[in-house]
Design a protein around this ligand. Structure first.
Ligand SMILES: [Zn+2]
Length: 850
């Protein structure tokens, strides 16, 4: 059940007042990696906005302020550890210039991060990097820390001579003097201060070009080949986005730097993106994995986010929605629409999960505690889906034109949702206020549609009945949905527009002949949960012949639910023959849902012969659905034992093997968990598999996997596997696990801390509340605080899941197996008693489905 997003007492947040317009920010810093300290001078060139201004306030958290000067003269100041109030020597008139200079030092706990090897991780590099978004720049330099102030910037930094330092813009100078090295960077395009970056380390540089712009990759020495492999398509992306957005890449240089222990996947610092080094691809990972989505996302931010910036964080979707949607734009260009469409389903799944499992909220929002709270699946994934719908509503050419107009009009400025609506209206003539209102500003949730498609042969009339079944209330509206239905008549696709405006809407469409296919919302453009009722022959034809892969996959899914001999045959054929790997994968999952011996046999065969690793991975996943099936279990056991060319297939097979509860699973998964892999994926999935196998003897093994010194991703998976094993239990072992996870709430690895929070939610023991409260009070990371508060609330309400769910899940598995056996027996009996021929059986099925 979906909950309120805001906690009781959560207030509205608005962009702050601006007393001065900051034109230029110059930082001159000394960074000492060993002492984890920073010292320096921040100079702000400002123009006064309001008349008779006599004080300026800046954000400066936990910094020691040594002196402040205004236009070269000492100025009085007050600093309470968070805000720095500077008294101007005399009241200043609007339009006057001032130079404010702040001399300071500090040992930052946020904003500026110091990485170094320790006894548990001796190979960790010495690095220092920053993360300003959303309100952490104030921890390492005094600033007006809100996105609605933009200035040009320069940064001069002195570091040990063995290190390099990257910042925004172009390198003005680089001098080494004895054991110190000083680098001076400058960016002459105004940007918000959360985008100011510094990345220090022993870094190698790989340089290439796009048009006249240097494109540069920085990576820890020795990992150059991996960096090149991971980022190779960056120049192509620069070309694509420059063309699509109609504004050439707006900065003099584009750098990407990989850093260790980064607390996000990537950060779009202006002209100098930071990326986590966990995505550096080795050769084996590159077989069936790429990080183009991440690379494209951060690059697209250079336009959406950096050049044009959300006015306040409540409008953050204007940054993140566009960056996420740009992943689609890149895939569509690079691999084609079918591959890009896979993102649509992923985003929908993430958003639907958050909507039903956590909360429902409007995308643009004012009521939140901390900006980081809203960097969620509503912001990224739903935001991207909304832009995909917008593109569909106005049409391709108009969409690109509107983006160009929006970027041009607001270049170097800040925006809110209405600015996008106006820009689209100005360039297309279409007033889309209703669209932005229902999807972004006023409306929350999404349509739940029940669609029925019927054919009247006498009238040659197709009837499409669409019902919006979502409960509409103050926030969830009855939606206006421009959609279409695609008929295939005599071999040709014909799209008919449906403007759905009512809770129940019936459309009659005259056709020349009975359609072979009738697809509601081809390409799944509309963000909705849809139930479709139509004849089996239409589903079968859609699976075999729909133009778009996403529609063929949907047909596979529907046929898997429906079952029957025709569905089974068609799914088997799709598994072997569909031209797109993801449809073969979808057919595999649908076949598994049928749970027949024949279907299992086809899956086992496919696992052996499928050449596309990503399809093979889905086949392995499908086999994992066959709980207690010895054939599936032994096929998966072989893959886990012998390995696979792809890390991901091997990993998926491990998880699936656990799910089948095969007798040998425990032993094979323990062995698999000794293998190192990209992102520790094999170990992660082996741990998950052990939990799925309900291998209670694995607790000690998993506790060892959680230990400091192991790879971060594996540790997180171990935390979750432990929780799944003791979920709902209150015995001594379960208590030991809970207490261990409570300790991990204070881990030095943010992501492991986050996993511990989730694990405690899964265990569902209110005894964890005290430890979670302590974590919420001391923790500096807003993501942990927010999620901690949610879990505390759930544990108090008793809505966290417990033993009953685990038992029901087990029983469901047993029942499914029993149902399969019974159905097969029934089918054999029927075959013996009635002997109808296949054709008449097909016809009968068709009739009852209508
Ligand atoms: Zn982003």
């Amino acid at each position: 059940m979906s909950r309120e997003f805001a906690f009781p007492g959560t207030k509205q947040r608005w962009a702050p007042d601006r007393v001065v317009d900051i034109r230029h920010l110059a930082l001159v810093l000394q960074v000492d990696p060993a002492a984890r300290s920073v010292a320096g001078v921040a100079t702000l060139q400002v123009v006064v906005i309001a008349d008779a201004t006599h004080a300026v306030e800046l954000d400066a958290v936990e910094l020691t302020i040594e002196a402040v000067e205004v236009d070269g003269k000492r100025a009085a100041f007050r600093h309470d550890g968070k805000r720095l109030r500077i008294e101007l020597p005399e009241a200043v008139a609007a339009g006057d210039d001032l130079a404010i200079t702040v001399t300071y030092h500090g040992v930052p706990r946020r904003g500026l991060y110091f990485i170094a090897p320790d006894e548990a991780y001796p190979h960790k590099p010495v690095q220092v990097w920053t993360q300003g978004q959303d309100e952490d720049s104030r921890y390492w330099f005094p600033c007006f820390d809100a996105p609605n102030a933009k200035a040009t910037s320069e940064l001069t930094v002195t570091v040990p001579a063995t290190l390099f330092a990257l910042s925004n813009g172009s390198l003005v100078s680089d001098r080494t003097d004895g054991d110190r090295r000083t680098l001076h960077w400058r960016l002459d395009v105004p940007h918000s201060c959360y985008l100011i970056t510094l990345a220090i380390g022993e870094l190698s540089m790989i340089e290439t070009r796009w048009r006249d712009v240097p494109v540069v990759y920085y990576v820890e020495r020795g990992r150059e080949a991996a960096a090149q492999r991971t980022l190779a398509r960056t120049p192509d992306m620069l070309e694509l986005f420059s063309n699509r957005f109609g504004v050439p890449y707006p900065y003099p240089r584009y750098a990407q730097v990989f850093v260790a222990d980064f607390i996000f996947g990537g950060m779009e610092n202006t002209s100098a993106t930071t990326l986590t080094d966990t995505v550096l691809l080795d050769e084996r990972a590159a077989i069936d994995y790429d990080v183009d989505s991440l690379v494209a996302h951060e690059l697209a931010h250079q336009w959406f986010g950096d050049l044009v910036t959300c006015r306040d964080w409540g409008e953050g979707w204007l940054n993140e929605g566009f960056a996420t949607y740009s992943e689609y734009i890149w895939r569509e260009h690079h691999e084609g629409r079918d591959a890009a469409d896979l993102e649509l389903d992923e985003w929908a799944e993430m958003y639907f999960g958050e909507d039903s499992g956590r909360y429902r909220r409007t995308i643009a929002i004012k009521r939140y505690d901390e900006p980081i709270d809203i960097f969620d699946h509503h912001l990224y994934d739903k935001g991207a889906r909304v832009l995909h719908m917008l593109r569909d509503v106005v049409g391709d050419a108009a969409f690109w034109r509107a983006l160009t107009h929006y970027l041009g009009k607001h270049r170097h400025g800040v925006v809110e949702s209405r600015d996008l609506a106006r820009a689209v209206e100005e360039s297309t003539g279409k007033n889309l206020d209703w669209f932005f209102s229902q999807w972004v500003i006023d409306g929350a949730g999404h349509p739940e549609l029940s669609v029925e498609i019927r054919w009247d042969a006498g009238e040659r009339l197709a009837t499409v009945t669409v019902e919006q079944t979502q409960k509409s209330d103050a926030t969830t509206p009855v939606f206006r949905i421009p959609a279409r239905v695609r008929f295939r008549v005599a071999g040709h696709d014909r799209d008919v527009a449906l403007d759905i405006v009512d809770a129940r809407h019936v459309f009659h469409i005259r056709l020349d002949a009975e359609p072979d296919q009738a697809i509601f919302d081809p390409g799944r453009v509309v963000l909705a949960q849809v139930k479709i009722s139509k004849g089996e022959p239409l589903w079968l034809a859609e699976l075999t012949g729909a133009t778009l892969a996403i529609d063929r996959s949907a047909a596979a899914q529907a046929l898997g639910k429906q079952g029957g001999p025709a569905a089974e045959r068609a799914l088997g054929d799709a598994l072997e023959r569909d031209r797109f790997w993801a449809v073969r994968g979808a057919a595999a999952l649908a076949l598994a849902a049928l749970r027949s011996k024949a279907a299992t046999a086809r899956l086992v065969k496919a696992l052996g012969v499928e050449v596309h690793p990503r399809a093979r991975r889905m086949i392995a996943r499908a086999l994992g659905e066959l709980v207690h099936d010895a054939t599936a279990g032994s096929a998966l056991a072989q893959v886990v034992e012998r390995g696979d060319a792809s890390y991901f297939v091997e990993a998926e097979a491990a998880l699936a093997l656990g799910k089948t509860r095969t007798a040998r699973a425990g032993e094979l998964l323990r062995a698999a968990a000794t293998r190192d892999s990209f992102m520790d994926v094999i170990r992660q999935y082996a741990y998950r598999g052990l939990a799925e196998a309900r291998d209670d003897s694995a607790l000690g093994f998993l506790l060892d996997g959680l230990r400091w010194g192991r790879v971060s991703q594996g540790r997180r998976a171990a935390a979750m596997a432990l929780a799944n094993l003791v979920r709902g239990r209150r015995d001594r072992e379960a208590r030991d696990v809970r207490e261990r996870l409570e300790q991990v709430l204070g881990d030095r690895d943010f992501r492991v801390q986050a996993a511990a929070v989730e694990a405690l939610a899964v265990i569902g023991d209110p005894a964890a509340i005290a430890a979670l409260r302590r974590m919420v009070e001391r923790e500096l990371d807003g993501r942990l605080r927010r999620r901690g508060k949610e879990v505390i609330r759930d544990l108090q309400d008793g809505t966290a899941v417990g033993e009953d769910v685990r038992r029901l899940r087990d029983e469901l598995g047993e029942l499914r197996t029993l149902a399969t056996t019974l159905r097969e027996r029934l089918e054999r009996l029927e075959a013996r008693t009635s002997e109808p021929d296949a054709a008449s059986r097909g016809k009968k099925a068709k009739k009852t489905k209508r």
